[in-house]
Design a binder for this molecule. Structure first.
Ligand code: NAD
Length: 346
């Protein structure tokens, strides 16, 4: 039985990590820590296990095998590295970390300690995304020419376990980035996953257009991120992340190939819709994309536990996601300088 510690006991821990561990026959919820001790204690009471007064005390428990890091963004690196050094496997939520050196240090710590580091990029596990990757690799739409990928909703201020206009997601010291870290990271990573290529150049604008904190000031992080990405295979497309889509959520991707167009989560019934150059339409009714209001099983926890039980490196590993994080930091640089930035993949 794999014994689990939960660090950060807010919304994503409560709606995804904890229920999916509880449902996994090889996992046992054993420990909880949160800056808000009552929150950790409540979950310990509900799901079993013990609440600890500090991260260090939780990490010192020898028979805890792995932890989920579900805290605010700027603490991901420090907590994940401490956990790896305490010989725990780590499943860290996105964004991996808020600086490139911190992301690299996390990968290095996993390498040095021989522990697994996985990131919570659940979009890679969405069933239609998995099928689309297979169809694209099989040549159904030919070579990729262009794409557009979008993730937008009305913002995190109603989502967080501590909701309101002063939510930590709006605080530069705790979040570092806004819509880019929250949503753009998913879609940037998804483009790598679907195409099997990497972004080699970005031209980006990260802007704050509408979101205001409780004092009425525009928030200190981006509420929209719009990027033009060039891929290693030559395709050029757009990635849009937004907290100001004040209506239905958009979580769709369209890939334009030389032999057709593949639409993902862009139709209420068909999660994949392909129209070919020859005039055929191919429809797949696979699943509905998860939304903030309609959480479905992500599969992230089962994938993490499978790595620990069967001793294999996670597919969504720190080293893999580092490629995505390089694009994110290059996009920030592009936005700050007003120039296109080449993405250096080491
Ligand atoms: N994969 C996804 O789709 C997805 C979705 C939502 C959130 N997330 C990520 O999960 C993380 C948590 O987000 P959330 O939605 O649960 O936020 P939330 O505001 O609902 O909860 C955050 C919790 O972490 C606690 N916390 C913050 N800093 C801490 C620290 N240093 N040590 C211990 N506890 C700390 C807070 O007290 C709170 O209970 C964020 O990094 C977010 O980007 C990922």
């Amino acid at each position: 039985m794999i014994k689990i510690g939960i660090i950060g006991c807010g919304k994503i821990a409560q709606v995804r990590h904890i229920p999916e561990y509880a449902a996994n026959p090889n996992a046992q919820l054993a420990a909880y820590y949160d800056l808000n001790p009552a929150r950790a204690a409540e979950l310990a009471k509900k799901y079993g296990g013990k609440a600890y007064p500090s991260v260090d005390e939780l990490l010192a428990v020898r028979d805890i095998d792995a932890v989920s890091v579900c805290t605010a963004n700027t603490s991901h690196a420090e907590i994940s590295i401490a956990a790896l050094k305490a010989c725990k496997h780590v499943l860290c939520e996105k964004p991996m970390a808020t600086t490139l050196p911190d992301c690299e240090a996390m990968v290095q710590a996993a390498r040095e300690t021989g522990r697994y580091l996985m990131l919570g990029h659940n979009q890679r596990l969405a069933k239609a995304h998995v099928k689309a990757r297979e169809l694209i690799a099989g040549g159904l739409i030919g070579d990729i020419v262009s794409f557009r990928t979008t993730f937008g909703h009305s913002g995190p201020e109603t989502w967080s376990v501590d909701p309101g206009k002063n939510v930590w997601f709006f605080d530069k010291n705790k979040a570092a980035m806004g819509a880019m870290a929250d949503l753009g990271i998913h879609k940037t990573d998804l483009i790598h996953f679907l195409t099997g290529q990497t972004v080699v150049e970005t031209t980006a604008r990260l802007v704050t257009l509408d979101k205001r904190d409780a004092s009425g000031s525009l928030i200190g992080v981006d509420d929209n991120a719009i990027c033009i990405y060039r891929l290693s295979g030559g395709a050029v497309g757009t990635m849009t992340a937004s907290w100001t889509f004040y209506g239905a959520e958009d979580n769709s991707t369209v890939i334009y190939g030389t032999q057709g167009i593949l639409r993902l989560y862009d139709d209420p019934t068909y999660s994949i819709k392909v129209t070919t150059r020859a005039g055929d339409t191919i429809l797949y009714e696979i699943d509905k994309i998860q939304t903030n209001d309609q959480q479905t099983k992500s599969g992230v926890i089962d994938a993490f536990i499978d790595c620990l039980v069967n001793h294999h490196e996670p597919e969504i590993s720190g080293a893999e996601v580092l490629k995505t994080m390089r694009v994110i930091f290059a996009s920030i640089e592009s936005s700050q300088t007003g120039h296109s930035v080449a993405v250096q993949q080491a």
